[in-house]
Design a protein around this ligand. Structure first.
Ligand SMILES: NC(=O)C1=CN([C@@H]2O[C@H](COP(=O)(O)OP(=O)(O)OC[C@H]3O[C@@H](n4cnc5c(N)ncnc54)[C@H](O)[C@@H]3O)[C@@H](O)[C@H]2O)C=CC1
Ligand SMILES: CC(=O)[C@H](N)C(=O)O
Ligand SMILES: [Zn+2]
Ligand SMILES: [Zn+2]
Length: 350
């Protein structure tokens, strides 16, 4: 195996990143080294690339970027027993402590001491990468790497959509970015009877249709609440899934969801949001879920089973595939322009 590798490095506290050649890392106690077969860009990686306020407050350059991955274990560090060389794995990004109140009560996804792999540590936008063995997820061999790398964001979508059952329910999704698109296919696979999607980007509304949305609405040109009510006999939808992080979308969704309906909030808002809690939540007796991360490890089982069921329509969502990392800047700029779904790199394919 090579002793040097190519990686996308956040080398400076400034916009952009660099392609660098670095030493292939050695796995320490409790770590494994993987050959990266596929890795994909998350919105968080874009924040780091753009070096926004959140990134400046969290990221310590120089650091290899990326946290969505599928790879083959090529070396295991001391003390690792349940992962072997040759295993095909993906990785949960939250490195949890196992000792705090949340971990000890089964809520690892909100561990008080969470470190995020690829955010607080070197990541996977590289030919090889270190993964904490406790974060490794063994993949069935029949899941292609371009799907396996999407399991981490699919976990966010599954926890958002399936906070409660959706079979036979009417659903409004606001935001058809990569995560909203994953939400659409999860909702359809799980039996939602009507999936309405509100998304201002023409490109992403078209993607939403291809993925399986029943109705798509441009919130900048149409009355979302009226459209939703017209489509649901005046009642409003049973389920509102917020995937945009847009305050206007939140308000529209709370108006469009039927009284006693269910709301899941995944989108992160750019600032504090003012909402009429009395009339939009309390007097409507809504059930509202805040969604973050993935339940460990229930969500990973659900995602893997949905993938193996063949019911997820992922191909339209993977809009860009790159062999190697040479064109990574193009990939980030296209994503920044909202002209992509999920972007996947295959570091070793020529
Ligand atoms: N809670 C969590 O654990 C996580 C939350 N997130 C958040 O989830 C959200 C979705 O992630 P991505 O798909 O990567 O984000 P994205 O920014 O690519 O997609 C958001 C979409 O919302 C659309 N949008 C903007 N204004 C809208 C409006 N008024 N109505 C409807 N749609 C509107 C945009 O056109 C865009 O397509 C982001 O806010 C992201 O920060 C992402 C990962 C984990
Ligand atoms: C921070 C991230 O982007 C990550 N996907 C997560 O789920 O925490
Ligand atoms: Zn992410
Ligand atoms: Zn903990």
């Amino acid at each position: 195996m090579a002793d040097k590798m190519i990686a996308i490095m956040k080398s400076k506290p400034a916009y952009g990143a660099e392609l660098v050649e670095v030493d292939v890392p050695k796995p320490k106690e409790g770590e494994v080294l993987i050959k990266v077969l596929a890795t994909s860009i998350c919105g968080t990686d874009l924040h780091i690339y753009e070096w926004n306020e959140w990134a400046q407050s969290r990221i310590k350059p120089p650091q290899i970027m990326g946290h969505e991955v599928a790879g083959e274990v090529v070396e295991v560090g001391p003390g690792v027993e349940d992962i072997q060389v040759g295993d095909y794995i993906s990785a949960e990004t939250h490195i949890v402590c196992g000792k705090c109140y949340q971990c000890r009560t089964g809520n690892y996804h909100v561990c008080q001491n969470t470190k995020i792999f690829g955010v607080d540590t070197d990541g996977v936008f590289a030919e090889y990468a270190i993964v904490p063995a406790q974060n490794a997820w063994k993949n069935p061999k029949n899941i292609p790497p371009e799907y396996a790398t999407l399991q981490e964001p699919l976990g966010n979508a599954v926890d958002t959509v399936l906070a409660e059952p959706v079979a036979g329910k009417t659903v409004l999704i606001t935001g058809a970015g990569p995560l909203g698109l994953l939400g659409i296919t999860v909702a359809k696979a799980a039996g939602a009877s009507l999936v309405i999607v509100s998304e201002p980007s023409d490109f992403r509304r078209e993607l939403a249709r291809k993925v399986g949305a029943d109705v798509v609405i441009n919130p900048f040109e149409e009355d979302v609440v009226k459209e939703v009510r017209d489509l649901t006999d005046g009642n409003g939808v049973d389920v509102f899934l917020e995937f945009s992080g847009a305050p206007k979308a939140l308000e529209q969704g709370l108006q469009a969801v039927t009284p006693a309906g269910r709301v899941s909030l995944l989108g992160l808002f750019p600032r504090d949001v003012s909402i009429d809690f009395n009339n939009l939540i309390i007097f409507k007796s809504l059930t509202v879920y805040g969604i973050t991360g993935r339940h460990l490890w229930q969500t990973w089982y659900t995602v893997s089973r949905l993938l193996q069921s063949g019911k997820l329509n992922l191909d339209p969502i993977i809009t860009h595939k790159y062999k190697g990392f040479d064109k990574f800047e193009e990939a980030f700029e296209l994503m920044r322009a909202g002209k992509t779904g999920k972007v996947v790199f295959f570091p070793h394919r020529k």
